[in-house]
Unconditional design. Structure first.
Length: 366
């Protein structure tokens, strides 16, 4: 079979796209022009890839904001960073947030970039940050676009769920199983969307930052298209998400965060993630049957001092409980909003996404 060339499409950061999907591209037989194969600023041999303005090395002495633990999943060792504020879970079971990093990131860099440790101390929750293995993706991306990683009991969703299940069994850290949440950035955001529908019995709510909807792609080619223009009909994808829940179907509160200037995962994906989650929730719960994107319960606009303007929109279910929130940030690129200055894939000029997510999770599961 002849190798196919990847067509150039305007407005897409092809260097970053290649970085996100290098391993899968090489396996697929897609022929990628060599001029697009190495991100600007990448080391010629060895060393860490650095895309100017996107991925900035943190100081070498940055301490891991937590403890790396090894979890055995299917006979294989997997690494995850775990952090719990001192004394948390002793008197009362505590909430837990599972954080999924983006491409080129490690759990440590993602934790530092999002300032999740400070948020955990402030809001009172434990943190689990599974780390993608380079053996599974050379750029540490979660393989969200591959069918074998889009189902319960298979691939990466199964591995992440197994890590979480083992942590929940830890007697030294008491976790409230009714308040376990998942969120992620970019490929991690896409994987968070997958986990929300394949394991709704484990995750009470989800937050997708600069990510994509469940099953918006099924291979490398469709991943490129989805990242550039969005993928799939939201109503049909909502039915697919509901079907994936099976007998565990329930309404999953979902927050979506995206930047208007994202050239890696186009901003159109934010609306598609929202519509899919809303459609699935309408099918899953009677209290959600009247959810309508065009009729939110609250719309708030604001601007960070010296930074980006933003619009926060919220929808509640029939009982008045928060069910969906959309945070659109004007001028934000493919970066964690309000993250650490100089951090990995962050823009400190945006509203604090970490704090906003923590508040949404708390409000959605009182």
């Amino acid at each position: 079979m002849h190798a196919c060339y990847v067509a150039r499409m305007p407005g897409i950061d092809w260097q970053e796209l290649y970085a996100q999907n290098r391993a899968a591209i090489q396996r697929s037989g897609v022929r990628w022009p060599q001029t697009m194969a190495r991100p600007a600023g990448a080391a010629a041999a060895g060393g860490e890839r650095v895309v100017p303005g996107r991925h900035i090395n943190l100081p070498g002495d940055v301490e891991a904001p937590g403890e790396y633990r090894t979890f055995t999943v299917g006979g294989r060792a997997r690494q995850a960073l775990v952090y719990a504020p001192p004394g948390l879970g002793v008197a009362n079971a505590a909430p837990l947030v599972c954080m999924l990093h983006g491409c080129t990131q490690t759990a440590t860099r993602f934790a530092a970039a999002t300032k999740i440790r400070a948020a955990a101390d402030r809001h009172g929750f434990a943190v689990l940050l599974p780390e993608q293995d380079r053996a599974d993706n050379a750029m540490r991306c979660w393989n969200w676009f591959a069918p074998e990683h889009q189902e319960r009991g298979r691939g990466e969703p199964s591995a992440i769920a197994a890590i979480l299940t083992q942590l929940l069994a830890d007697r030294e850290l008491r976790i409230d199983r009714r308040r376990v949440f998942v969120c992620g950035l970019s490929s991690g955001g896409a994987m968070a969307a997958i986990l929300a529908v394949t394991y709704p019995d484990l995750f009470s709510a989800a937050a997708i930052h600069s990510g994509l909807a469940y099953r918006s792609a099924s291979d490398v080619r469709s991943a490129h298209a989805a990242m550039a223009n969005g993928g799939g009909d939201p109503a049909a994808q909502g039915r697919a998400a509901y079907a994936a829940m099976g007998p565990r179907a329930r309404a999953v509160p979902t927050m979506v965060i995206h930047g208007s200037d994202d050239r890696t995962v186009a901003a159109v994906n934010a609306r598609l993630v929202l519509r899919q989650a809303m459609a699935a929730n309408r099918l899953a719960a009677p209290d959600c049957r009247l959810l309508d994107e065009d009729h939110p319960d609250a719309v708030v606009t604001g601007q960070v001092h010296g930074g980006h303007a933003y619009t926060r929109t919220r929808w509640t279910d029939g009982r008045g409980a928060p069910m969906h929130e959309l945070l659109l940030v004007d001028g934000l690129g493919h970066a964690w909003s309000g993250g650490l200055a100089g951090g990995s894939h962050t823009d400190p000029r945006g509203p604090d996404a970490t704090d906003a997510i923590a508040r949404f999770f708390a409000d959605a599961t009182p």
